[in-house]
Design a protein around this ligand. Structure first.
Ligand code: SAH
Ligand code: SF4
Ligand code: F3S
Length: 474
């Protein structure tokens, strides 16, 4: 699962509209009678993207009208990530940049939530560093956000509410979805795996499954609304129902999610290799609308490092799983997450990760330099890898991954592939959408085809991107 830290630096005081200039002059009391708008800044993984959709749902429930540029918002919510130090630094920088805006707009509310606030002592650090924050809330109490904002509107007092555990799996919040034609659907929250480098189990708590009944009801509703792609989300979807609350196994759930009428696709992420099964591969093979793409984070290709990471599988088992999958679905695309520079990793051990890229034939992979996270087991390990070595390793790894990506993309050239059109690229002036293998296909059209399945004939490949023409235009 990609945890892509937002790299865009926020410029708090860009050009502002005359409407905004007027709003800044009036009091909160008058402003309350006008339409108020929001802005959400999201960092991190797909889980967080979806959680931001729920935050938008909360804001709409409170009467905030729509999402506007940051400078024009009446409330700004930061949904943070702490998976690597980088992610935290971006959030710190961007929250800090709001100091001036907050001074100019007395009525502006700033709320900070997400994984960072759940880290031990982080909420206090945030408040100390940025006294202008109005509300800090955690990942376990999204349901409380509405009343926190209402309280803060009534009294000028800083509010902090971060819980250690989430009791219920249903928060009853209707999300404002922003990724049409795709819809994210949570199936589990939290994680029990405690990979030694990872902070997620500490900030998201123990794994909890939603009930299959609730999930299927949500999926059916989304399909009725016209969504064409459903992505099931969990830190380790394969262990769905480990607490018995799910009512069925993950392969059964996946199969049920794929069995409604009409044309649509189902994706899922993330799969943990220790729990990948033949049953799951066979649902992928049997169900045409379950995408033939498996994101299976390997993290390392070396058994000693995998054991130090507490991943609970070996390189050999990992490769056997992929072989089993490809026996059922010839050429099935597999993508991965890989970490370099884990404590004590030697050059030879890194070479095992390099060779895994080729042997596992990854279509692409997210690559990360190990980042120590306070409180995790690995952070206390000796044998830190120096920055220069880690940077050198990631550069070599990225090169290897890109080489494989190019090779895997080239096979689409001259062929037909079906994409689900999801957006229009203003710069390229082309429509775009992914095929089931996750490749982004670009094409020109005079008609808005967002939300439609389009067959392209591919003329050119560039990295993970494919360029083609609509089949019926040939
Ligand atoms: N639950 C998912 C991963 C979620 S985090 C899984 O297990 O597959 C997404 C990715 O971030 C991980 O797969 C890992 O590659 C990376 N990651 C997590 N913690 C990290 C750390 N401390 N340093 C560097 N990368 C890390
Ligand atoms: Fe982190 Fe491991 Fe859980 Fe993934 S499975 S969220 S890497 S602890
Ligand atoms: Fe996701 Fe980052 Fe939290 S990767 S689960 S937002 S720590």
């Amino acid at each position: 699962m990609k945890a892509n830290e937002t790299t865009k630096k926020i410029k708090a005081n860009k050009l502002i509209s005359s409407n905004e200039r007027f709003r800044r002059k009036i009091s909160f009391e008058i402003l309350k009678g006008l339409f108020m708008n929001y802005h959400i800044v999201t960092y991190g993984c797909q889980m967080n993207l979806h959680e931001s959709e729920k935050i938008a749902g909360v804001l709409k429930g409170l009467g905030y009208e729509k999402e506007v540029p940051l400078e024009e918002a009446d409330i700004i919510v930061f949904n943070t990530c702490c998976i690597r130090e980088n992610a935290e630094n971006h959030a710190f920088g961007n929250i800090g940049a709001l100091k001036k805006l907050k001074r100019e707009k007395k009525y502006l509310l700033i709320a900070v939530g997400g994984c960072m606030t759940q880290e031990a002592g982080k909420a206090e650090i945030l408040k100390k560093k940025f006294p202008f924050i109005d509300i800090i809330f955690g990942t376990h109490n999204l349901g409380e956000l509405s009343s926190l904002i209402e309280q803060r509107r009534r009294v000028k007092k800083f509010l902090l509410s971060v819980h250690d555990e989430r009791g219920e799996t249903e928060d009853g919040i209707s999300p404002v979805r922003t990724s049409y034609p795709n819809a994210w659907v949570n199936i589990t929250y939290g994680c029990n795996n405690f990979c030694t480098y990872c902070i997620v189990p500490y900030v998201r708590g123990r794994e909890r499954s939603r009930s299959a009944k609730d999930i299927l009801r949500e999926v059916e509703g989304l399909l009725e609304e016209g969504y064409k792609e459903i992505t099931l989300l969990g830190q380790n979807v394969n262990s769905f129902n480990s607490d018995g609350r799910g009512e069925m196994s993950f392969p059964e759930l996946l199969s049920a999610c794929a069995s409604f009428g009409g044309k649509y696709r189902v994706r899922f992420m993330t799969s943990h290799p220790k729990d990948f099964t033949r049953e799951l591969a066979s649902v992928m093979a049997k169900r045409e609308n379950v995408c033939n793409l498996l994101h299976l984070p390997a993290q390392s290709g070396n058994n000693r490092i995998l054991s130090l990471m507490n991943r609970r599988y070996t390189r050999e088992k990992y490769l056997e799983e992929i072989a089993m999958l490809r026996e059922m679905i010839p050429g099935c695309d597999v993508t991965s997450d890989l970490i370099v520079g884990f404590p004590t990793e030697t050059e030879e051990e890194f070479q095992d990760t390099l060779s895994l890229v080729e042997e596992a034939d990854f279509s692409s992979a997210f690559t990360f330099i190990y980042s120590p996270r306070t409180g995790t087991k690995a952070a206390a390990m000796e044998g830190k890898i120096d920055e220069e070595t880690a940077k050198d390793r990631i550069m070599r790894l990225v090169e290897k991954v890109n080489e494989n990506t190019r090779k895997k993309s080239a096979r689409f050239v001259g062929k037909r592939t079906e994409i689900l059109c999801e957006d229009f690229d203003e710069k390229k002036k082309l429509y775009l959408g992914r095929n089931e293998e996750g490749r982004m296909g670009y094409f020109a059209s005079d008609k808005n085809l967002i939300g439609e399945f389009v067959t392209l004939r591919i003329g050119q490949a560039n990295g993970v991107s494919l360029y083609g023409t609509e089949e019926n235009r040939l």
